[in-house]
Write a protein that binds this ligand. Structure first.
Ligand SMILES: [Mg+2]
Length: 387
């Protein structure tokens, strides 16, 4: 059995970095994302804003006092979610399973990747590099024998960090750290431990038998294991699919409107066939366009009834494309379907055009399942090959 290695990826100032990416005039400036109402709180502050003492969860009114000249923006969660999905897809190039824990953080098990990369650092740099290349955003990463230590490591050298905690160093690295760093220690448990005279994680490591139990009861065993850096939790992938998407970053930016529409037709076809394979329909179609400057626009439309037909998805995506002013070349296009539901077989008394499309789609699926994707292709694929 090879030694287990876990990597934790944590995007740096995620929401604020996306806003700075999409608004080049905000780069290098204090950007504060959060609720703008009187009772709003800060979601994320850019590193420039952190220099003023602003941090997440701070009341917005306090932030405005600390930095009156800051740029205050409302969050665009839909876009952040799509960037998050994009980062997860990149991570899946390197691991069979990933475990997202929030929009900007995820674990992956990279055990066994050593055969493709000379060092753990090379794996980390490859993943960080691909994230930066494809999304224009900076990640910090931690690599360690388990999830607890990997998450701690990713936080040690932010921003743009890459920290490795090797086997054998776990206890020594943890010893000087405060109790709060132990997973599961909140203010209540911390208070009990402090009252019993414990100050650091090292104090737990060295505790006389029974003393941790006397302070925190049954939690003691868990804390003692963690204090030595022992954590066997596996990386657990999320099972339920919430959205299905297809997107592509181009080697050469697209400028021809016909080529952009053709790419959208291809994304729509890919997404539709994935939906049908899982017997799902979607009620929401989203279109993503990233321009050469990395500015990213996302638009969505929802239907009354779910669909898994390429024609419906393409029509929706093209109508969204119409609404996006194209002022520069296009670096990435993507189509995502969400609001998913199980497909329900319907037998219509009066077969219409939709029924014909459904039958045709199933016939294509059957041929492709048997003879491969290239056995039958729609017209827009041919045009794409010619161009
Ligand atoms: Mg983060």
């Amino acid at each position: 059995m090879p030694r287990r290695w876990i990597m934790h990826v944590d995007m740096d100032a995620f929401f604020a970095s996306i806003e700075q990416r999409d608004h080049p005039e905000w780069r290098g400036k204090p950007v504060i994302v959060g609720g703008l109402s009187a009772r709003g709180v800060v979601s994320t502050a850019s590193y420039e804003a952190r220099a003023f003492g602003i941090h997440s969860a701070m009341p917005m009114s306090r932030a405005r006092t600390l930095c009156p000249a800051g740029i205050y923006v409302r969050p665009r969660f839909e876009l952040y979610r799509s960037v998050s999905d994009e980062i997860h897809r990149i991570m899946l190039h390197y691991a069979a399973e990933i475990e997202p824990i929030s929009l900007d953080e995820a674990f992956m098990d990279i055990t066994g990747m050593g055969t493709q990369y000379p060092t753990l650092g090379a794996i980390g740099r490859a993943i960080k590099g691909e994230i930066r290349e494809k999304t224009g955003l900076v990640a910090s990463a931690g690599i360690a024998p388990n999830k607890f230590l990997a998450k701690m490591a990713s936080d040690m050298d932010k921003p743009d960090g890459l920290t490795i905690i090797p086997y054998g160093r776990e206890a020594a690295i943890l010893a000087p750290l405060p109790l709060r760093r132990l997973w599961g220690v909140g203010s209540v448990t911390e208070g009990k431990l402090l009252a019993a005279g414990f100050r650091t994680i090292g104090d737990i490591q060295r505790a006389a038998p029974g003393t941790v139990e006397a302070a925190v009861g049954r939690l003691a065993d868990h804390l003692r294991r963690l204090s030595f850096g022992i954590d066997d939790r596996p990386v657990q992938a999320e099972r339920a699919v919430k959205s299905i998407g297809d997107e592509e970053t181009y080697e050469t930016d697209l400028t021809d409107p016909a080529a952009i529409r053709r790419r959208i037709a291809i994304h729509s076809d890919t997404v539709a066939s994935r939906l049908r394979r899982r017997h799902l329909t979607a009620r929401t179609v989203s279109l993503k366009i990233r321009f050469a400057s990395f500015r990213t626009v996302m638009r969505s439309v929802s239907f009354e009834e779910g669909t898994n037909l390429q024609e419906d998805i393409e029509a929706a995506a093209l109508s969204l494309l119409e609404k996006i002013p194209r002022t520069e070349a296009v670096r990435l296009t993507g189509v995502t379907c969400s609001n998913l539901a199980e497909e329900v077989e319907t037998i219509s008394l009066f077969p219409d055009r939709k029924d014909a499309l459904r039958r045709a789609a199933r016939a294509v699926d059957a041929i492709q399942a048997r003879y491969g994707k290239d056995a039958i292709r729609k017209g827009f694929y041919m045009e794409e090959e010619k161009s």
